[in-house]
Design a protein around this ligand. Structure first.
Ligand code: GDP
Ligand code: GDP
Length: 459
């Protein structure tokens, strides 16, 4: 079975040119039904060994203001709904326009798979526009030249695995494939935004840290155990609740199931279960026992959460049992900085799961960390900031040639990821990258989230 690709984007970005290239001599089948579909062209496309249907929303007038005229919006939405994959084109020579942003928004909300194409990318005049395209939050832009046929092998490479997945989905025609599609969805891709989606948290930590006590306290009377379900919860037990007005889904680690298990087994269990819970979570609460904080198991799971790109909150439990709270807190903060430098800035909250003290602060820290994890900084702000950073502390000049950092943009959120266009990316020392990452964290107030920074050479 083949699939359907919709080419969308504002007028003049090169949709028809690309459509014609993909359809070639195999004549476009023009759908001449009245109404909206009249403007959707459909053709049989060929790219390498792939055969698919391509639809094109060409023939629209340029939008004059920031809101897309109704007809264009409707047509685009229709094309998106008909398609398995959307190829969203921008004109890299012009750069990202407000109309492009509106399209990006529609696609983020509505499309299952989006490939972002920066068209007219032949030559250097397109470099800045390609970089800007990262800022649309639709992943890495694919450099294309519809007119000159550049980028077609890369387009093929992106479509080919999707074509395989669609084929499998069609064959299986079973609920399991739905899971596959979900798992395939990378952080780069658009996510369907569902209303009031609960915030997903995991409480992890060594056995006896107090995870069950904490979760039960959060659940309170309102306990709503969903138990294992098909799909996403298959590998991790979760409960959904409302905590101080915030819908949350809490992924369980060994804690809630441990009662029947022997201690020895538990040690192993809690690590692997913790890993699974981390994968499902947006915010990971690393729960420490104040009496034995920062044990190796705690460090491992905190590090894993960071590497998985999750927002992290460190909660120190059993605070009720501590006598010298001031001094203890100082020690904890010092140990945190020393042992988990990769989580610099993550909030450290003291709680008592037993008495409920500090849970309001934990709640606030979770919301803040989640917010930061989703944060988006504008390209204009970033570039102003970058020039200040460069001035304050210029990058090194190996062999007398200064490394030039030219342009910066945020390519993704969850966690925040940034791309810097740079003249010799491989020569920039890690210390300079850390300088930038720490600066971003400080200046844009992004504690408690991993920050990814990618350097790219100017192509
Ligand atoms: P549509 O309105 O999005 O369908 O855009 P068209 O396909 O009609 O293209 C608009 C203009 O951009 C035409 O003049 C094309 O020749 C030009 N164009 C399309 N693709 C490219 C490209 O890859 N490079 C350059 N430089 N121009 C292109
Ligand atoms: P889990 O293995 O991480 O799920 O830990 P549990 O929730 O089963 O708690 C382990 C032990 O620590 C139990 O005896 C709890 O009563 C105790 N505990 C949990 N939270 C607190 C707390 O805030 N203060 C004190 N003093 N004890 C606690």
């Amino acid at each position: 079975m083949s699939f359907t690709l919709a080419i969308v984007g504002r007028p003049n970005v090169g949709k028809s040119t690309l459509f014609n290239r993909l359809v070639g001599k195999r004549l476009a089948l023009v759908d001449d039904q009245p109404g909206v579909t009249r403007d959707l062209r459909e053709g049989a496309a060929k790219l390498g060994d792939l055969r698919f249907t391509v639809i094109d929303t060409a023939g629209l007038e340029e939008a004059t203001d920031e809101s897309l005229p109704g007809r264009m919006r409707k047509l685009t939405e229709r094309a998106v709904d008909m398609a398995d994959v959307c190829l969203f084109l921008i004109d890299a020579r012009t750069g990202v326009t407000p109309t492009d942003e509106v399209f990006a928004d529609i696609l983020r909300k509505r499309a299952e798979h989006v490939i972002l194409g920066a068209n007219k990318a032949e030559g250097q005049a397109a470099d800045a526009g390609v970089l800007e395209a990262y800022g649309l939050g639709l992943g890495e832009p694919l450099r294309l030249s519809a007119e000159h046929g550049e980028g077609m092998p890369e387009l093929y490479a992106m479509l080919q695995p999707l074509a395989d997945a669609f084929e499998k989905r069609a064959e299986a025609d079973a609920p399991e494939t739905e899971v596959d599609v979900k798992e395939d969805e990378s952080d780069e891709g658009p996510r369907p935004i569902t209303a009031a989606k609960p915030l997903q948290i995991a409480v992890v930590g060594r056995p006896n840290a107090g995870k069950s006590t904490l979760i039960n306290r959060i659940l309170g009377e309102d306990r709503l155990l969903t138990g294992p379900e098909a799909g996403i919860t298959r590998d991790a037990i979760s409960v959904q609740t409302e905590w101080d007005g915030t819908p949350m889904r809490i992924f369980d680690t060994a804690g809630m199931r441990k009662k029947a298990k022997v201690q020895e087994k538990l040690e192993k269990l809690s690590v692997s279960d913790g890993l699974r819970a981390v994968k499902f979570a947006e915010v990971v609460v690393v729960l420490l026992d104040a009496a034995i904080p920062f044990e190796s198991q705690d460090l491992r799971i905190a590090d894993l959460a960071e590497r998985e790109g999750r927002a992290v909150v460190v909660a120190v439990n059993k605070w009720d049992a501590e006598d010298h709270k001031q001094e203890k807190l100082r020690e904890l903060k010092e140990a945190f900085e020393r042992l988990l430098p990769q989580l610099r800035g993550a909030p450290l909250v003291t709680v008592s799961a037993k008495t409920g003290r500090g849970l309001d602060r934990l709640h606030a820290a979770i919301l803040k960390a989640h917010d930061v994890w989703n944060r988006r900084v504008t390209t204009a702000q970033l570039n102003r900031w970058l020039s200040g950073m460069l001035e304050q502390h210029p990058p090194p000049a190996p062999q007398g040639k200064r490394i030039k950092l030219r342009y910066m943009t945020q390519a993704k959120t969850r966690p925040p990821g940034f791309v810097v266009m740079c003249s010799h990316p491989d020569k920039l020392p890690d210390s300079y990258k850390r300088y930038l990452v720490n600066g971003l964290r400080e200046d844009f107030d992004m504690p408690g989230t991993p920050i990814r920074l990618t350097l790219r050479g100017q192509g």
